[in-house]
Design a protein around this ligand. Sequence first.
Ligand SMILES: [Zn+2]
Length: 136
Amino acid sequence: MSDGDAELMDAACALLKRVYVEGRHEVVAAMRLADGSIQLGVHVDGSARRSAVCAEGVAAGNAIAHAADGSPMAVVSIVSVLRRAEGTLHIIEPCGVCAELITDYWPEARVWVTAADRLTAVAATELLPAKRLRRW
Ligand SMILES: [Zn+2]
């Protein structure tokens, strides 16, 4: 893992330690943008399951809002960290909905996942190998 990606992970873990609430804020996503900045997002759960918002979606909105002129800015690296109730931290892959979102906007992004108990980076497109590109 590069120093930049380690910093990304540290940022996610630091925020998660600060905002964690069991059942409400259990995941933080961090995105490294092409300008080097880090944009973070916190999972926001709700009493109605469909009202929940994933950390990746919040981070994606922050990444888009970060561009002062509204032009899309590339996301080069993404990490999502889950805190379990016992306090352990785990790198997780984005859910299917977030994988769709990420590949819609940043298919070239590097996404950190845990596969076979090993931390590894994959291209966002590898999260959805059969994704169909839609015009929208
Ligand atoms: Zn998600």
